[in-house]
Design a protein around this ligand. Structure first.
Ligand code: NI
Ligand code: MN
Length: 226
């Protein structure tokens, strides 16, 4: 499994399928490529905020890829021409060898593109299981049931937001690492904009001093094999 960061919460996970989670390219000052250059098999969108839904509908229409997200957001995407498959929290969609499980995220889920007040159901995280298992937490606060995600899916890699204000900050994300116990944690959702400034090196130091997890800081375009 190869994991590439495109900045913010936008990760490409290449295994038996090529999956992009939260394909925020346009308007993402840290994305190293544009949406027109990607051709995934599957998009997963954790929630409707513009920095996560991103270019999903454009990509889905241009490439005819599948899109996986919570039911209400799927209906919105379908009404805009995307081939979206709805699921709900706790459920799994299997495509070939790959399993996509939606898990809780403590956040909100308005669809920015559709104007204020258009609510898209529950926000989500996603666990993607193929040759390895990766947990993308979406935007979330710390919650104790991350320990259940640990028990049920045993993720090798956790992708956790650390930017604060809208999500966990580095201190809360450290507690999340203690609950999830992944082999590897990669911080995300920081320093994209001034309001989510955080020091990933401080987070890395705290994780490595307090847990058995390795914290890996990627630059946009970097990838790791797990
Ligand atoms: Ni959000
Ligand atoms: Mn966000």
């Amino acid at each position: 499994m190869k994991i590439t960061w495109h900045g913010h919460s936008n990760f490409e996970i290449e295994d038996s399928l090529d999956t992009i989670v939260d394909p925020f390219f346009t308007g993402n000052p840290t994305a190293e490529i544009s949406w027109e250059t990607v051709s995934p098999d599957v998009l997963v969108v954790t929630h409707g905020h513009a920095d996560h839904l991103g270019d999903a509908i454009s990509i889905a229409k241009a490439t005819e890829c599948e899109m996986i997200c919570v039911n209400e957001l799927a209906k919105y995407a379908q009404s805009n021409g995307a081939d979206a498959m709805g699921a709900n929290i706790g459920g799994t969609i299997e495509l070939g060898m790959t399993r996509y499980s939606l898990v809780p995220a403590v956040h909100s889920n308005g669809i920015d593109d559709a104007g204020f007040g258009w609510d898209a159901g529950s926000p989500a995280g996603v666990v993607i299981g193929d040759s390895s298992v990766v947990y993308h937490a979406g935007d979330t606060a710390l919650f104790n049931d991350m320990s259940l995600i640990r028990e049920l899916y045993k993720p090798k890699v956790a992708l956790l937001p650390i930017g604060g204000r809208f999500t966990m900050d580095p201190e809360a994300a450290l507690m999340a690492v203690k609950l999830i116990k992944p082999e590897i944690v990669i911080p995300m959702h920081y320093n994209t904009f001034d309001v989510i400034k955080a020091d990933p090196y401080k987070f890395q130091k705290m994780v490595e001093e307090n847990t058995d997890t390795e914290a890996i800081i990627l630059q946009p375009g970097d990838n790791i094999d797990v």
